[in-house]
Write a protein that binds this ligand. Structure first.
Ligand code: AMP
Length: 270
C-alpha cells in the first residue's frame, strides 16, 4: 500500500497526489483508500474519441471538479492538498497517421509571405478548427507523459498558442519569450537570424527559477535561429532545457542542428 494515497484508482484518468505535511494527517487518513466513486456519466452524444479524451471536453471538466471537491471533503483543513490533475493520457487513437494527415492538410502554404521566395506555413486553419486544434495540443501532450516539467517556454507569437494550451492542461507555468521591446520588466536579450530577417528575443530575468526543467514550444522550426536564441536565454536565466517541440519542421533547413544537444521533436515534417 502506498504511504501517501495515490488515488488514481478512485478517479480514473487522473493522478491525485497529496503534498505537504504527512504528519498532519492521521495514520488512517494517510493510508486512506476510499472505494471508487463513480464520476458523473459522460453525455451520450460524445464521440468515441471524446470519450477517450475526457480531459479535453466538458465531461473532463466535470470529472476534475468532482475530484477536487471529493478531496477537499476528505482532507478538509488537515493537510495542504495538491491535486495534481495531470492530463489523462491522450488517446493513442488520436496520435496516429490519420491525425497527422489531417493536421498536414490544415497547414496552408502562402507563397511569398512575408517576403518573396518564402512559403509561409499558415496554421490558422488548424487553430480555427476545434478538432484539429485539440489534436495538435494532444500531440504535444503525448510527449510529456511521465516527464517532470516545471515550465513551458513559448516563442512569440504562435508558440504562445500551443505552449499556453499545453501549460494550462499540465497545470504548470507558461513563460513568454518575446520579440524585443514587448516585455515590461528586466530582461535578458539574445540576437538571432530568421529564415526571413534578423531580430532579438527577450526573456524576463525572473521568469525561470534556477534548475527548473523547461520545454520549449513553437509552431515551426525553420533555420533554428529563433529556438537557438531561446535555448541560450533559457540557460542564461538558469533553466534546464529538456526538449524543444514544434508542430512543424522545415527539415531542409536543418534547424535542429542549431539546437544540439537539446532533443528536438516535430510532428509535421516538410
Ligand atoms: P527560424 O528561426 O528560422 O527557425 O524561424 C522560426 C520562427 O519563424 C518561428 O517562430 C516561426 O513561426 C517563424 N517562421 C519561420 N519560417 C516560417 C515559415 N516558412 N512559415 C511560418 N512561420 C515561419
Amino acid at each position: 500500500m502506498p504511504r501517501f494515497p495515490r488515488a488514481a484508482g478512485c478517479f480514473s484518468g487522473f493522478q491525485v497526489r497529496i503534498a505537504g505535511t504527512a504528519g498532519s494527517l492521521s495514520p488512517a487518513a494517510r493510508c486512506y483508500e476510499r472505494p471508487a466513486r463513480v464520476p458523473p456519466a459522460a453525455p451520450a452524444d460524445l464521440s468515441a474519441c471524446e470519450r477517450n479524451t475526457p480531459h479535453a471536453n466538458q465531461y473532463g471538466i466535470l470529472k476534475r471538479k468532482f475530484a477536487a471537491i471529493s478531496f477537499s471533503g476528505i482532507f478538509s483543513g488537515a493537510a495542504r492538498v495538491a491535486v495534481d490533475l495531470k492530463r489523462a493520457p491522450a488517446s493513442i487513437g488520436l496520435v496516429n497517421s490519420d491525425v497527422i494527415q489531417k493536421l498536414r492538410a490544415g497547414v496552408r502554404d502562402v507563397p511569398d509571405f512575408p517576403k518573396k521566395g518564402i512559403i509561409f506555413k499558415d496554421i490558422t486553419p488548424i487553430l480555427g478548427d476545434g478538432t484539429l486544434f485539440r489534436a495538435s495540443i494532444d500531440l504535444f501532450l503525448e510527449r510529456f507523459r511521465g516527464k517532470r516539467i516545471d515550465k513551458i517556454v513559448g516563442i512569440d507569437a504562435r508558440g504562445f498558442l500551443f505552449g499556453s494550451a499545453v501549460a494550462y492542461e499540465l497545470g504548470i507555468g507558461f513563460v513568454p519569450l518575446r520579440k524585443k521591446g514587448r516585455l515590461p520588466y528586466k530582461t535578458e536579450t539574445a540576437k538571432y537570424s530568421l529564415e526571413y530577417g534578423e531580430a532579438e528575443m527577450e526573456l524576463h530575468i525572473d521568469a525561470i527559477t534556477r534548475g527548473e526543467q523547461i520545454i520549449l514550444i513553437d509552431d515551426l522550426l525553420a533555420t533554428g535561429g529563433t529556438s537557438a536564441s531561446a535555448a541560450t536565454l533559457i540557460k542564461k536565466v538558469g533553466g534546464q532545457l529538456v526538449e524543444a517541440i514544434f508542430l512543424i519542421e522545415l527539415e531542409f533547413l536543418h534547424g535542429r542542428e542549431k539546437l544540439t544537444p537539446t532533443p528536438v521533436t516535430s510532428f509535421l515534417k516538410y
